[in-house]
Design a protein around this ligand. Structure first.
Ligand code: SAM
Length: 276
């Protein structure tokens, strides 16, 4: 494991305790307390993806399993993967407490083809996934490899334009600060807090990789998927900038800036049948 992944793994492992605590992911508790509960992330995506009842679903970078178990509540046969042993343990505990069947596999995305057999009706990944991938072509090959012929792939993630915005400003100006295009080199950040919960982190250093929208789409096409739809969205599930306003469970830019920059993208794709 390289130094970047090692640092990211230590950081993600450490975030789990805060995310499963009472001031962490509310859905981690609600999924146990309220039968059939769904995270807001899955409510949004399920409206677009449609019926998943009886379908096999692979959730890549499932974290503590809240979205994975929401898909299970919608009737999918779920498998979640994540490289964090702490996250996978928390996800397994969630499934056990809910009494709902699910498989969780501790593996790096790039090692997953050796750890998870077979293919799936739907491969799903969302909200903070690809920035941790240093090689978008390899990531797309792994994702496509898990889609059965005729099966579907769906991603919703932060828009690379949003990720390039300056999040360190004290005013409300929208200014580009970080890379939009990948150079192969990571960007490093030090953050003592996670995006949820009040826990303080000791493993503050993280490395991430920007991926332009074109590079994501082209990587998926080259990996053998057919893109059915590409959407850009005006909200995030978390607060990127201090100026962002809460809109229910989502965050949006102030009204005068809402049409200026996209905050997320989503892609629907499928793998052609052998005969297509
Ligand atoms: C922002 S979280 C995804 C969160 C998810 N959308 C949620 O809210 O539950 C990113 C996840 O990616 C995982 N991750 C990061 N790099 C990874 C890698 N190389 N292989 C597998 N998982 C990875 C982290 O452990 C973390 O759980």
């Amino acid at each position: 494991m390289d130094e970047y992944r090692r640092a990211n793994l230590a950081n993600w492992n450490e975030r789990v305790a805060g995310h499963t605590a009472t001031d962490g992911y509310e859905s981690y508790r609600r999924l146990v307390e309220v039968p059939g509960h769904l995270t807001d992330t899955v409510v949004f995506d399920a409206e677009r993806i449609g019926d998943v009842r009886g379908q096999s679903l692979l959730h890549s970078q499932c974290h503590i399993g809240t979205d994975t178990m929401s898909w299970a509540n919608l009737g999918a046969k779920v498998t979640g993967l994540d490289f964090s042993p702490q996250a996978i343990a928390a996800a397994r505990e969630l499934a056990t407490r809910m009494g709902v069947e699910a498989t969780f596999v501790e593996t790096d995305v790039f090692d997953a083809p050796n750890e998870i057999p077979g293919t799936f009706d739907l491969v799903y990944t969302s909200v903070g996934a690809i920035c941790w991938m240093d090689d978008i072509s390899r990531w797309a090959q792994v994702m496509a490899g898990f889609v059965r012929p005729g099966g579907r792939f769906y991603i919703r993630d932060s828009h690379p334009v949003a990720m390039a915005l300056d999040d360190q400003r004290s005013d409300d100006a929208l200014v580009l600060r970080y890379r939009y295009f990948a150079t192969g080199e990571p960007q490093s950040f030090d953050e003592a807090e996670s995006y949820l919960g009040s826990a303080t982190l000791a493993n503050t250093r993280i490395y991430d990789w920007p991926h332009s929208l074109g590079s994501v789409v082209t990587a998926l096409i080259k990996a053998g998927l057919v893109i059915d739809r590409l959407d850009e969205h005006q909200h995030l599930d978390w607060q990127l900038l201090g100026s962002m306003e809460r809109d229910g469970e989502r965050y949006v830019l102030p009204p005068t800036q809402r049409d200026v920059a996209p905050l997320q993208f989503s892609i629907h794709a499928h793998k052609p049948q052998e005969t297509d």
